[in-house]
Design a protein around this ligand. Structure first.
Ligand code: ARG
Length: 463
């Protein structure tokens, strides 16, 4: 049987069991018990500093709250479905322990501002953890870029072989992507780190509370000014889940490349046994399940974003119970993104690249065709004509079952008299990357510059 609800004064009938079950959020929001207690302690300290409670009352409440935290941590106080939510469960336990004094904790606040506070506190640590995991993944990618510096691979567009690139260049592209993710989380933190507590239910309170004091105690940069906004806003959570969705989109692309590259057809990477699984029927199989799961779990995070956007759509101000549905997308998006960042970094640590395979693929193809066209351009031919001539050379090779590397100068001169023996230099993949002159290109000089840059950035970054 349920407890008598703390709000039941005007009711003559208790909440139906199925209504309580339906509306209880404790299953999920119990994860916020530490944040809830930290918020209550700061609130009650402020209540005594402003003489709304006596120092002795405040002390007794704080001591009991700390005991409740221990009780939850040790499983002595069990948070079960008979509680409507984490806030009421803790308050109820407080009253059980210290009697009517416990009822003074809620002076000048409401669950509406309380839940927003708990979430902001939780997300603050979630962002710190996400930052740490992003930096770790960036460091793994940088480490691999240094280790394999010099290795060449086919670069792709349309998943068709395009031009030779350095493997390090490809890996560092992900470091740049993750850097934007990191920046987005920082932006999020800037807007999120404001105290909503003190908005009370929606209109503020007639008690002379000191919101700035609570903000300071809880290390917020300030308060959410408008009380209606403070309790009805979930932008901070939407922004975070959007950032998580973009992180997952990046990870899904990396995961997809790991899946492709570990196939026999590509053979560019060997993922360690510890991060792959076998088949229950085909003894020869070694599957890249972790990468596939990262790809798959991306759906959960996108789903969370659409879930919460839809919950918030067209809600009138201020708080509405619909908003309680924000917990599932919040925990889902944060938890999944953290797990995926972690597993993909570990998987990369335990993978080796096969540079010989990658370079073999470069030789047996036409990836340096653009170099031949550029050569003709340097000899004075307009680029479009150079493109046409080189296309004919490629078609000739295909018809004769050969690659650019098999061409001799006599054959090339059949297509253009501008070809001289030095053209053969440009056919080599190594030459192709070395020829690149533009900033940010795949030339060894530019890639080295990126490595040095990221080394400096990531070494100095603390979490
Ligand atoms: N469990 C609620 C939630 O997560 C807490 C706020 C409830 N407020 C209320 N007036 N019923 O949104």
């Amino acid at each position: 049987m349920a407890h008598k609800a703390l709000w039941s004064g005007r009711f003559t009938e208790p909440l139906a069991d199925i209504a309580l079950k339906f509306s209880s959020s404790i299953d999920l929001d119990k994860q916020l018990f530490r944040e809830d207690i930290a918020g209550s302690i700061a609130h009650v300290e402020m209540l005594s500093a402003t003489h709304i409670l006596t120092a002795a009352e405040s002390r007794r409440i704080r001591t009991a709250l700390k005991q409740i935290q221990k009780e939850i941590e040790t499983g002595k106080f069990r948070l079960t479905a008979e509680h409507e939510d984490i806030h009421l469960a803790i308050e109820q336990r407080l009253i059980q322990k210290i009697g009517p004094l416990g009822g003074k904790l809620h002076t000048g606040r409401s669950r509406n501002d309380q839940v927003a506070l708990d979430e902001r506190l939780y997300l603050r640590s979630a962002i710190k953890e996400l930052n740490k995991l992003i930096i770790q993944l960036q460091r793994v990618l940088l480490y691999k870029s240094e280790k394999y510096f010099g290795a060449l691979m086919p670069g792709y567009t349309h998943l068709q072989r395009a031009q030779p690139v350095m493997l390090s260049h490809h890996l560092l592209a992900y470091v740049s992507m993750l850097e934007r993710d990191y920046g987005r989380l920082q932006d999020c933190m800037g807007r999120l780190n404001k105290l909503p507590l003190g908005a009370a239910a929606l209109a503020g309170t007639s008690f002379p509370i000191d919101r700035a004091k609570v903000a300071k105690k809880l290390h917020f940069d300030g308060i959410v000014e408008n009380s209606l906004d403070a309790v009805s806003d979930r932008d901070y959570l939407l922004e975070l889940i959007s950032s998580c969705s973009i992180i997952m989109m990046h990870l899904s692309r990396m995961a997809e490349e790991l899946v492709l590259w570990s196939t026999k057809e590509f053979g560019f990477i060997h993922i360690s046994d510890a991060y792959t699984t076998g088949s229950s029927i085909m003894p020869q199989k070694k599957n890249p399940d972790m990468a596939e799961l990262v790809r798959g779990k991306t759906g959960r995070v996108y789903g969370s974003l659409v879930n919460l956007l839809t919950v918030m759509k067209a809600l009138p101000l201020a708080y509405n119970r619909d908003m309680q549905e924000d917990k599932l997308p919040m925990f889902e998006a944060v938890g999944t993104t953290q797990q995926c960042l972690m597993i993909i970094a570990q998987m990369l640590v335990h993978s080796t690249f096969d540079r010989h395979r990658m370079e073999e693929e470069l030789r047996n193809d036409f990836l340096t065709a653009t170099e031949i066209a550029d050569y003709l351009v340097r000899k004075g031919l307009p680029f479009r004509d150079a493109h046409e001539v080189t296309g004919k050379v490629v078609s000739h090779c295909i018809n004769h079952r050969m690659y650019l590397g098999n061409l001799d100068i006599e054959t090339l001169r059949l297509f253009s008299k501008l070809f001289a023996p030095d053209v053969l230099d440009y056919i080599y993949p190594q030459k192709s990357v070395e020829q690149k002159k533009s900033a940010g290109s795949t030339s060894p000089h530019e890639v080295k510059r990126q490595i040095v840059h990221w080394g400096r950035v990531l070494r100095g970054r603390k979490w």
